[in-house]
Design a protein around this ligand. Sequence first.
Ligand SMILES: [Mg+2]
Length: 317
Amino acid sequence: MNPPDRLKKKYLGCMLGAAIGDALGKQNEGLNRKDILGMGIVTDYGKARPGCPGEKLRAGQYTDDTEQMLVLAQSLIECNGLDAGDFAGRITKWGTDAQNDPVRKSLVGPSSSAAISRLNSGITWKESGSEVPSCGSAMRAAPIGLFYNTLDEIESKAALSSIPTHNSKGAIAGAVAVAVAVRCALWEKDCFEIIKETTGRTSKYDMALAKKIELSFGKKDVEPDKVFEEFCTSYMVYDTVPCAFYCFLRHFEAPENAILEAVNAGGDTDSIACITGSLCGALHGVDALPEKWLNGLENREMIEHLSNTIFEKKQRS
Ligand SMILES: [Mg+2]
């Protein structure tokens, strides 16, 4: 396979991997790991378990994580790069539509909800972002790593993309971590190099998050029960992002296993698996993702179209 074809498949793998992880992980969102293990782990698409925020969604349907990622991808394409004002406007429209949809309204996270209310009231995107260090800007950041070619640009644009909704240092650092790691995975850097680049960039914004991501590398051979208990799996960026890196690094050569590890981690399983899926897909490409998950995914063609559009734009530039 020639290098551009291989890279195109990695772009597809990144965005489809994120959506697959999200659609699988929504089935366990908010449940604790013990209960998931008691009920039986999730290994394929299905309806979310009762009480989960996505319980009204269909099997193979993704949640707010992927929806926000696709909004970011569309904004990048139409503005030919990150325009924070355009992105804030699109997120406001998306969030307002989601909040008015009985099936999707429970999916919008608290930080995004608060920011969208502020944006709707006329507050500018520079001041609308929540100070809560939740993972909403990290879970959607993957397209920044696809769109820009240098780590300097990826770092600065990922940080900027967080601000309209998530303006804490932790959330900003989380967006940087995911976008930088996606680009390193596209370049097929090894585990050690991915972590070194990612933590080096992340530490400029939040040392605590950088250290916990580094720890995920140190713990990759430790049993998941122990790691998820130690790390915690809440929707805070300090839990979600390091847990995703742990799943990715633990199963570095086995993307299906990495995604399922994340899906059954407990806590914010859709976001952990969304981030894990984006990293696995960027490293291995779409052909490494199980056919049954690709075929059963909602809006597969639309996601492929966005991914191919970003790829082609970058090939021309
Ligand atoms: Mg979600």
